[in-house]
Design a protein around this ligand. Structure first.
Ligand SMILES: *[C@@H]1O[C@H](CO)[C@@H](O)[C@H](O)[C@H]1NC(C)=O
Ligand SMILES: *[C@@H]1O[C@H](CO)[C@@H](O)[C@H](O)[C@H]1NC(C)=O
Length: 483
């Protein structure tokens, strides 16, 4: 009572607090009624549907928003968190798919989280809310402004990082889930999406060298995957994201240091990753829906790659797949044997037809060699924190002519894989900037563009950019390492 007296005295001078107090009293009443089963809360849009716990009530929150907050319960303790912001059609498409494929897992709640104030999205999310059906909505509106001009240009990346931290803090710390599957509104999901996560979830608890399960294959195009092996799963050092599961204990560690922007690249940093890997499938269980996605925050940068990734042709019942072979020891022993026995891909074989009964390997000693392999076989060529996409101990598996090929890092050492040394020794940050240089070289150092010394710091090249009024552009390449 003391608390309320004090607040009410203070509230006399503050209309906002007064509203908050009334809200708290009314909502506590409603919570009591709903918990005791007297009323089934079925409020229309713009009415609070369920009540945030007292400790989380924030005066800055707009109390008129539709919010419903579930608590972890039931046998699963897993929730799906859907990240959305401005794309109504995308969210509708994504939710319809989740609902279509969830019936075997009705106890897994779907929590829609919206960032920002696009009303059509809020209205749509609210229209799906149904606590009986385990569908909830949380709303992030309190974006923190971005300061410098550089930040403003990339403000969406800052907002996205803020939204992720806010939403994951809520589902883990406030609602108490132990594992969360994070999805994004522009993703299509496969029919066996839930089966995949249900069957692999225990790995996150049994094998501490794993820190995520992802539904995404960065090199998931039909031309480089074996679509007949849709039950095949891998370990990867390269965080894939795009439909992924993590645990509360990993989140606790990440949340404390969460970055201001570019959270996915941050997860790839050696000091954050700490040698841990993710599970990813051969055939991607999520795909970007280009019709509903718009250009997204990376401005369609990876559009050709993204659109080449297709869901499996038929579902896999992952409860029948031996996922325990993905545990580090067993997996590493079998990977070492495969790579050891693979036939080196000689120069002559590079352009020839491969023998589909054989397994091959090709070594890359530097970013230029990796890029040549990536361009030739249409793999993702970018390098982040020294890692190629899908690399595990520097090994990137892909298909060519029906044969399995492993691109193997020149410094890969079987002994170190087998004695439990972290994969971090293989990845040097310089590779990112060396690889960026190769990108620069492809774009500008060729006939019809600049044919002099290929170096962004070269005076002749600088002059060439200056004449074309592209100095800002040139500056964005200033961190590359000529190689
Ligand atoms: C909420 O979900 C339950 C269970 O799926 C369903 O029976 C009910 O019709 C839904 N309510 C609304 C308003 O859609
Ligand atoms: C693995 O072997 C390497 C080289 O023999 C050695 O330097 C390293 O300490 C070993 N690591 C572990 C974890 O045993």
């Amino acid at each position: 009572m003391f608390f309320f007296n004090r607040v009410s005295r203070y509230a006399k001078h503050n209309r906002r607090l007064k509203r908050l107090l009334v809200f708290m009293l009314v909502s506590t009443g409603l919570l009591f009624l709903s918990k005791t089963g007297y009323v089934l809360l079925q409020f229309p849009v713009r009415v609070v549907q369920n009540v945030p716990r007292e400790s989380t009530v924030d005066i800055k929150h707009d109390m008129e928003s539709v919010e419903s907050v579930p608590q972890a319960h039931g046998p699963s303790q897993t929730a799906v968190l859907v990240m959305s912001a401005t794309r109504e059609a995308a969210l509708r498409n994504h939710l319809e798919q989740l609902l279509k494929f969830r019936p075997s897992y009705p106890h897994i709640p779907i929590i829609i989280s919206q960032d920002g104030t696009t009303e059509s999205v809020s209205r749509l999310a609210a229209s799906y809310v149904n606590s009986t059906a385990n569908i909830f909505f949380i709303h992030h509106k309190d974006r923190v402004g971005v300061g410098s001009p550089g930040q403003k240009a990339a403000k969406n990346y800052f907002y996205i990082a803020q939204h992720y931290k806010w939403a994951l803090d809520r589902v883990f710390f406030e609602m108490g889930y132990t594992t969360v599957i994070i999805t994004e509104d522009d993703l299509d999901i496969s029919e066996d999406f839930f089966s995949y996560f249900a069957a692999t979830k225990h790995l996150l608890f049994d094998d501490i060298s794993l820190w995520c399960i992802s539904a995404w294959n960065d090199n998931g195009a039909a031309s480089v995957t074996d679509r007949s092996k849709s039950d095949l799963l891998y370990r990867t050092d390269f965080f894939p994201g795009l439909g992924w599961m993590l645990t509360a204990s990993v989140w606790k560690e990440l949340s404390a240091n969460w970055p201001e922007a570019y959270w996915d690249d941050w997860l790839r940093r050696p000091e954050v990753r700490k040698g841990r890997a993710c599970i990813r499938p051969e055939v991607s269980r999520t795909a970007h829906n280009m019709k509903v996605a718009g250009k997204g925050s990376s401005n369609g940068l990876f559009k050709t790659f993204l659109s080449s990734i297709h869901l499996p042709d038929s579902p896999v019942d992952f409860s029948k797949v031996n996922v325990d072979s993905l545990k580090k020891k067993e997996y590493d022993v079998s990977l070492a044997a495969i790579v050891k026995n693979a036939e080196p891909l000689t120069f002559e074989l590079l352009d020839g037809t491969l023998d589909a009964t054989k397994t091959y390997k090709t070594i890359y000693k530097n970013p230029r060699e990796f890029r040549a392999i990536a361009k030739k076989y249409k793999l993702m060529s970018d390098i982040r924190s020294g890692m190629a996409r899908t690399a595990y101990y520097g090994i990137v598996p892909f298909m060519k002519d029906g044969s399995r090929v492993y691109a193997v890092h020149g410094n890969f050492d079987e002994k170190l894989l087998l004695n439990g040394t972290s994969s971090s020794y293989l990845y040097t940050a310089d590779w990112d900037r060396m690889s960026r240089y190769l990108e620069f070289e492809e774009l500008y150092c060729r006939p019809g563009k600049w044919t002099g010394k290929c170096d962004p710091a070269d005076p002749g090249m600088t002059e060439w950019f200056k004449k074309r009024n592209r100095m800002r552009l040139l500056k964005s390449w200033s961190d590359v390492i000529v190689n």
